[in-house]
Design a protein around this ligand. Structure first.
Ligand code: G
Ligand code: G
Ligand code: MN
Ligand code: NA
Length: 254
């Protein structure tokens, strides 16, 4: 069986799962939202990380179906948590640039959020910087259509792509997520620190929220707070966890 066929079967058999990782506001120390991260629960080998199969999904076009599944599943989870009266958090879903380019994508989002009046406001989409910039005009048009539905938008892995500053100011987005490579190097390399500091200032100048990814140490967290970063995400606060654990650990009301 080729990996492509295995992945198709995995989708049919319901073997994909979403794990959730909290994002925490640095000023309040509280969770504000969470990122949904897909895994393949392969019954033979256990959890397979997305880095091993997203590229294949993208090459084979399966990303459209699996991406639609992830979007719908995250919205369902959020609806279940809201209906149960648990703490309200926005859920962020990763979108492949191939999905963004696909004709039917805007309608897919419209359909997915139609299950509940609060779904749009509770949803954020994360799109990597590098491919947003490949076809900027089309990206801008699509992002506007998404945002008009009340869904918020984040640029993922910021700093690794090649955003022209003039385009960045025209992209209708709400959040920049600083790539974790800069966060890792920040405490040792002055150039990386300068980059992180500059991205935070840039984000705020453009009235965007800024989230630092991959925060693993107190030192990084303190430094980011001094630099006025809004939120952090990373192993320091929590690894991505299965939805039932996320619910019990982070959504239970006091
Ligand atoms: O969870 P992990 O760190 O292994 O994720 C690795 C990469 O997989 C990240 O870059 C993340 O953005 C991507 N990823 C996780 N879930 C999804 C998803 O549902 N769709 C897409 N397109 N990418 C995802
Ligand atoms: O590219 P994207 O930001 O969507 O991917 C997030 C990925 O980063 C997830 O796969 C998640 O498992 C991983 N991740 C999240 N926090 C940390 C962290 O603190 N350290 C490391 N090494 N990886 C992290
Ligand atoms: Mn992401
Ligand atoms: Na990222």
């Amino acid at each position: 069986l080729t990996l492509e066929n295995q992945l198709r079967q995995a989708l049919d058999k319901g073997e994909f799962v979403l794990h959730y990782q909290p994002k925490v506001n640095l000023a309040s120390g509280k969770m504000t939202s969470a990122e949904a991260l897909i895994r393949w629960n392969d019954p033979r080998t256990g959890l397979v990380p997305p880095g091993r199969f997203i590229p294949i999904l993208e090459e084979t076009g399966l990303i459209h179906e699996v991406g639609r599944w992830a979007l719908r599943q995250a919205i369902k989870d959020a609806l279940r948590w809201r209906s149960a009266g648990l703490a309200a958090v926005r859920i962020a879903v990763n979108v492949s640039p191939l999905q963004l380019r696909h004709r039917g994508f805007i309608d897919e989002i419209r359909q997915a959020i139609s299950i509940d009046a609060h779904a749009a406001a509770g949803l954020e989409l994360e799109i990597t910087e590098s491919l947003l910039m490949e076809n900027v005009q089309h990206s801008i048009t699509s992002l506007h259509a998404i945002r008009d539905m009340g869904v918020t938008l984040a640029i993922d892995d910021f700093g690794t792509g090649f955003s022209s500053l003039s385009y960045l100011s025209k992209l209708p987005v709400d959040t920049l997520k600083i790539d974790r490579s800069f966060v890792i190097e920040m405490t040792d390399a002055p150039e990386s620190l300068a980059l992180v500091s500059t991205i935070i200032s840039l984000a705020h100048a453009l009235k965007l929220k800024v989230v630092a990814e991959g925060v693993e140490t107190e030192e990084q967290s303190r430094l980011l707070q001094v630099l006025n970063c809004d939120e952090i995400q990373g192993f320091l606060f929590s690894k991505p966890v299965p939805s039932d654990i996320f619910e019990a650990k982070y959504l239970a009301l006091p």
